[in-house]
Design a protein around this ligand. Structure first.
Ligand code: ADP
Ligand code: ADP
Ligand code: MG
Length: 681
């Protein structure tokens, strides 16, 4: 076995690889950019090598710099993680040339599968079912339209070199095909330096289901079940689960066998993933193969008990697989929620900054992976597992240079319903502050009836949140519970305040019993009577709720018992009340005395500044392109400018018809949130 391995990556995946290497008694070497000097992966590794400035293009994806680090450290193997150099055949070649093992597939397999047109051809020859379409390279927009008509709309226009959801467009008619061809081509040219485009049928309402394969260098190949990854925004995954609630044993076997056949057809070794889309009739079609460890691999580990990174390292070391297909058992259910630094209320735009607070839930060991002794040896034992893979810490920075993922929170339980419930509870106690994040959105998905029924497709987010995610509206009984909690908490805060000020100016303030709580447009009159172990809250209609908790003012997390049921609230202070977040809901809660409430009712609604005549920068980023000039008339939906933030190009569009009057920014400018990019007449 190797005695030293270098991890050519950063963030959570570097940390995750280090954990397994350490368990196997292998010393680890981290590489880091200027921005990652204080990163967790650097701290966790036995050694660390600085490889350049913050942008990945000058550090993590520069083969020469990583090779220098390999030489300097004397590492015998390199794990590439995902992204960066993971699917780079030149990197695999450079390592091979120096006799260093690449913990991944051979160069030839990376090349064959890295190209969507080539891989589709190989898949067809290997007897794998593929999406109907045209396999050639399309010369121009006219040809795209012609072929789209032959295939029949809707079609998907795709870049052969595409990845990460980039370089693809759906077209429902000739005009869209023409436009989609051009924009995919441009995006592919700028993102991948390769603008070859092809067209295939767009499968409507599909599921994304992928098969994990594992092959050794002795000709053995197995599949480790599937992962359902249908919940996506911008064709990128957010919530995954294993197994899929949609597959039966027969379809699973057919997909698994085809996936292994494809892998073997290209001489694949090591871990890889074959992605399929599956229609409502369980017809499945090959999409692409990812020749690396997948972001969502932990859910496969949780249901199989197999540490994939350990297997990858063993295969790279030339060992034969120690298990056969019959040894692979899928036990229980696992769910992954990707916690991103992005604002769910603003179409999931990335957000950056310092994590002023980062408190993940307690990890719990349970299920096949814990039983195997491969993972979570130090976590307390339970009946449901909680696993949190991360590369951040409280006080750390989420920078604009890299992927905005904060953590991958996974749960495992014997059944799907229990795994979902475990996830709801784990999300409740996950505290993140300082940056925009998608926790409320994830909680909302876990409560969404379509998700709970297991009936999601890749259109889930657009269909369930057609106007964007706006936070969940709670039903009256839930609002009442939160109102009771807020009244009791407010009383505790007032008593403390009275005590403090009483000591200072030596007179007692009396804290009253009667409060008016308003939240989400509703108003509750509440009488709060406190005793030794809690408070009894009586509403105007006579209903009574008992609130018990040890919350004290300043605590950011309140765990309360309201009428015998647990209620967990993330607590922030606002003037005259609290900002309370519960599951998918984000509430401003005001607690007032009856007199204050009377006066508040007379106050005019605060009128927000009129921003309708401005284009405001929604996130910190770099202006790449301005599409309009002063005096231009723009239509609703027309592209105004492109901003790049965290590797993504975001096109800002006109919200309504208008005429551009002033433009305040030009390409190359770095803008902060809320800066005014342009104004309209
Ligand atoms: P997976 O299929 O493993 O869930 P994706 O295919 O979404 O992951 O992304 C795979 C890799 O591509 C990740 O390492 C991620 O960092 C990177 N990636 C994702 N989105 C982008 C993007 N827009 N631009 C560049 N790289 C990206
Ligand atoms: P990437 O390399 O960017 O991951 P994929 O080919 O894997 O690209 O596609 C990403 C996602 O786009 C899929 O998970 C699926 O949701 C959607 N998609 C891709 N091709 C099709 C298609 N032909 N029909 C319907 N949806 C598709
Ligand atoms: Mg994909």
């Amino acid at each position: 076995m190797f005695n030293k391995i270098l991890i050519a990556n950063r963030g959570e995946i570097a940390c995750r690889v280090i954990k397994t290497a350490r368990k196997m008694g292998i010393a680890t070497v981290a590489v880091y950019s200027e921005a990652d000097r204080n990163a967790l992966h650097v701290e966790m590794a036995d050694e660390a090598v600085h490889i350049g400035p913050a942008p990945a293009s000058q550090s993590y994806i520069v083969i020469d710099k990583v090779m220098e680090a390999v030489r300097a450290s004397g590492a015998q193997a390199v794990h590439p993680g995902y992204g960066f150099l993971a699917e780079n055949a030149k990197f695999a070649e450079a390592l091979a040339a120096e006799g260093v093992a690449f913990v991944g597939p051979p160069k030839g397999a990376i090349e064959a599968m890295g190209d969507k047109i080539t891989s589709k051809k190989i898949a067809q020859e290997a007897g794998v079912s593929t999406v109907p379409g045209y396999m050639g390279i399309i010369a121009d927009a006219d040809e795209a339209v012609k072929i789209a008509n032959e295939i029949g709309y809707p079609v998907m226009i795709k870049a052969s070199a595409g990845g990460g959801g980039k370089g693809m467009r759906i077209a429902w008619n000739d005009a869209e095909a023409r436009e989609g061809f051009q924009s995919s081509k441009n995006e592919a040219a700028s993102s991948f330096g390769d603008d070859r485009i092809f067209v295939e049928k767009f499968i409507t309402q599909p599921r994304h289901i992928e098969i994990q394969v594992l092959c050794d260098t002795h000709g053995n190949g197995i599949y480790l079940g599937e992962r359902e990854c249908s919940i996506q925004r911008r064709n990128q995954k957010v919530v995954e689960e294993a197994p899929s609630p949609f597959l039966d044993e027969e379809t699973r076997r057919a997909m698994g066998e085809q996936a292994v056949a494809l892998a073997q057809a290209v001489g694949y070794t090591n871990a890889g993933t074959v992605e399929f889309i599956v229609d409502g009739d369980k017809n499945f079609y090959f999409l692409e193969m990812n020749t690396r460890l997948q972001v969502e691999h932990p859910i496969t580990e949780l249901i199989t008990g197999i540490d994939l990174v350990e297997q990858m390292i063993r295969v790279a070391n030339g060992e034969e697989l120690s298990m056969t297909q019959d040894d692979v058992k899928l036990t229980g259910w696992a769910i992954e929620n990707r916690l991103y630094a992005e604002d769910p209320y603003r179409s999931f735009l990335p957000s950056i900054g310092r994590l002023t607070r980062y408190r993940p839930p307690q990890e719990i060991a349970a299920g096949p992976l814990a039983d195997s002794g491969k993972w979570q040896g130090d976590a307390p034992k339970g009946t449901e597992a909680v696993r949190n893979d991360t590369g951040v810490y409280e006080g750390g920075e989420i920078s604009m240079y890299y992927d905005p993922m904060i953590a991958k929170l996974c749960t495992w339980a014997p059944t799907r319903a229990e795994a979902i419930e475990a996830m709801r509870v784990a999300l409740d106690s996950f505290e993140v502050e300082g940056i925009g994040h998608n926790l409320p959105f994830l909680s909302a998905v876990m409560d969404n009836p379509v998700f709970v029924a297991g009936e999601m497709t890749t259109a889930f987010i657009e269909e369930q949140y057609p106007d964007g995610f706006e936070g969940v509206d709670l039903p009256e009984p839930d609002l009442r519970r939160i109102a009771a909690a807020a009244a009791a908490m407010h009383r505790v805060a007032e008593i403390r305040r009275a005590r403090v000020s009483g000591r200072m100016d030596n007179h007692e303030r009396k804290v009253g019993r009667d409060w008016v709580v308003s939240l989400q447009g509703q108003r509750f009159e509440a009488e709060v009577n406190a005793d030794h172990d809690g408070a009894t809250v009586k509403f105007a209609d006579g209903a009574v709720q008992r609130v018990v908790s040890d919350w004290t003012p300043g605590d950011k997390l309140a765990v309360l018992d309201v009428d015998g049921r647990q209620l967990v609230l993330k607590v922030g202070k606002i003037s005259g009340g609290f900002r309370l977040r519960s599951r998918g809901a984000d509430l401003e809660v005001h607690v007032r005395t009856p007199r204050q409430a009377e006066l508040a009712a007379l106050m005019p609604e605060k009128i927000a500044a009129d921003t309708s005549k401005q284009l405001i920068c929604p996130m910190p980023g770099l202006i790449v392109k301005i599409d309009v000039e002063p005096g231009d008339e723009v239509e609703e939906g027309q592209a105004l400018c492109t901003i790049e933030a965290m590797k993504m190009e975001n096109i800002l569009r006109a919200e309504r018809k208008g005429v551009v009057s002033v433009i305040n920014a030009s390409p190359g400018d770095s803008l902060a949130v809320d800066e005014i990019i342009m104004e309209f007449e």
